[in-house]
Design a protein around this ligand. Structure first.
Ligand SMILES: Cc1cc2nc3c(=O)[nH]c(=O)nc-3n(C[C@H](O)[C@H](O)[C@H](O)COP(=O)(O)OP(=O)(O)OC[C@H]3O[C@@H](n4cnc5c(N)ncnc54)[C@H](O)[C@@H]3O)c2cc1C
Length: 500
């Protein structure tokens, strides 16, 4: 008899088909195969197509990322998944020629000084000679070398930490647009421990961020990285797929059992009934499942688990989300004055503009625009600019064009403009986030056959979401293995008993 023969089918529902839910579904299938479990999998998603915020649109020779456009190679889960799915050859890095980025100040773009990383410089001359910071601002940042390290005390926000160590200008001109931009968050609420714990470690170990940065640079060696001198970020860390990130969604969907993904099916509630979960779908349908993975935004998860565990729901409700929009614009190269010799730029809130950042997408990655054209992509909204999302698509495009004309000299109408909106899509890791997530995980562990995944907990990036989906899947696979064994043993005992 094969290991699967005589086994009962285990029914599992994954709610959400973003990258977290699809990764969970994929890993559930591979784990079930490995453990000889017989699985019936259903993936339910409210939206009309799988992928969540991941979406690549190809139009008129442009390849536009509507949501994320890359992921970090330092978060291994996404890279490993791409290899597992046979996408290894599709992985591409950023353009090696133009590994620099810009920050806006007083209506102009300034190159991020070479060796400057998120908060602070690691090289002396590029920092001293930059016009991105005033002399007073630079001197204040230098005081970091003298300010004693803080020992203990309340958890700090990103803003409190940066102002304390490096001064207000470092916050306004660098930390807010660069780190706040990654999380589309307000640094006055963002938890440093939950988002950039490496800076806390630096203070603890060296008593100074500048000293820690210089030490790190020395230990890495001063040789310029491949592709010349980089500024602003470690661009060798950013990866995408040659045809766009939708390729990851397509590959995941192709590996799942045929027909298991059901789009246009919103889940309204989860009820715990005996050993099962009853999944209530909008429109009245219900599905009975042995296990459920909820891979949604924390707020949407809260609405589903409230009946099973009100305290869990309360903690989930405390994770706020921000809404963002992207605007992809295709121009003839002659319409844009700037040399576009970088990956893009960020716009500090103090500039009081509509856009928070812009990528030079067709420079950043190859194959994104037809010959002689450029693709620019702007971010609008987030926790610092929520009012921007009230604009109509036409108003958003006009506002972005106004800002692009100021910063990169974009003239005239683009030949293509695509607005993509993401309501409550970006989790905000506020002060207290890590303690909240620890409580959520403890309560989740006490609910048999339920696992949570998504960007609300331990990382917002694609790599973090893949890891969270896979972790949830493995947890459920352990539970299902035990359940399967218990059922099998129960049935054998029953057979023996009835045969005696
Ligand atoms: C514009 C933008 C740009 C980004 N850029 C980057 C980047 O460059 N690099 C990076 O690493 N990360 C980036 N991120 C972050 C990252 O893309 C996301 O955190 C990640 O993709 C979230 O995946 P997810 O599956 O957890 O959630 P989502 O993609 O939000 O998917 C959740 C799914 O749940 C569904 N759903 C919601 N409620 C219900 C319900 N009740 N019933 C059924 N289905 C429901 C939704 O329809 C959706 O499909 C970006 C995010 C955005 C929005």
């Amino acid at each position: 008899m094969s290991p699967r023969e005589g086994r009962r089918t285990l029914r599992v529902v994954v709610v959400g088909s973003g990258v977290s839910g699809l990764s969970a579904a994929h890993r559930l299938v591979t784990e079930a195969r490995r453990r000889h479990l017989v699985l019936e999998l259903t993936v339910l998603d409210a939206s009309p197509r799988p992928g969540g915020v991941l979406g690549t649109l190809s139009q008129d020779g442009y390849v536009m990322e509507q949501g994320p456009d890359c992921f970090l190679s330092t978060k291994p889960a996404a890279v490993a998944l791409c290899h597992e799915l046979g996408l290894g050859r599709e992985l591409v890095g950023t353009n090696r020629e133009h590994r620099r980025s810009y920050i806006a100040r007083d209506g102009r773009l300034h190159q991020v000084p070479e060796g400057f990383h998120l908060l602070a410089p690691s090289r002396f001359w590029p920092f001293v000679t930059t016009r991105l910071f005033s002399w007073a601002g630079k001197l204040r940042m230098g005081l970091d070398l003298l300010i004693p390290a803080r020992r203990g005390g309340e958890e700090e926000t990103l803003a409190e930490f940066v102002v304390r160590r490096l001064g207000q200008e470092a916050l306004d001109q660098a930390a807010q647009p660069m780190i706040g931009g990654i999380y589309t968050a307000d640094p006055r609420r963002l938890s440093l421990a939950a988002t950039m714990p490496q800076f806390l470690e630096m203070e603890k170990k060296y008593g100074s961020i500048l000293l820690a940065m210089w030490k790190a640079r020395q230990s890495q060696g001063a040789a310029p990285r491949a592709g010349g001198r980089a500024s602003g970020a470690r661009y060798d860390l950013f990866l995408t797929l040659a045809g766009g990130l939708a390729g990851l969604v397509d590959a995941l969907v192709a590996r799942l059992p045929e027909g298991c993904i059901c789009n246009g099916r919103r889940v309204d509630a989860l009820h715990r009934e005996g050993n099962h979960w009853r999944v209530q779908v909008a429109g009245g349908e219900t599905i009975q499942a042995d296990a459920v993975c909820v891979a949604l935004q924390a707020g949407a998860t809260r609405a589903l688990v409230g009946e099973a565990d009100p305290a869990l729901a309360e903690d989930l409700a405390g994770i706020p989300y921000a809404s963002v929009a992207t605007v992809n614009l295709g121009f003839d190269r002659s319409q844009v004055r700037h040399p576009l010799d970088g990956m893009g730029f960020v716009v500090p809130s103090v500039e009081r503009r509509s856009i928070v950042a812009s990528s030079f997408s067709s420079v950043k990655f190859a194959g994104r625009a037809p010959r002689g054209k450029v693709l620019l992509r702007a971010f609008v909204g987030g926790a610092t600019h929520p009012e921007a999302l009230a604009m109509t698509n036409g108003e958003l495009i006009d506002a972005v064009l106004r800002d692009l004309s100021i910063y990169v000299g974009a003239q005239g109408r683009p030949e293509l403009a695509v607005v993509s909106r993401y309501e409550s899509a970006m989790a905000q890791y506020c002060v207290g986030h890590l303690a909240r997530v620890a409580r959520i995980e403890a309560r989740e562990a006490a609910l048999p056959g339920l696992a949570l995944a998504g960007n609300g907990y331990r990382g917002v990036g694609i790599g973090d979401c893949v890891a969270s989906g896979e972790k949830a899947a493995r947890r459920l696979a352990d539970y299902l293995t035990d359940l399967d064994a218990a059922r099998w043993n129960g049935e054998r005992e029953l057979e023996q008993w009835s045969g005696e």
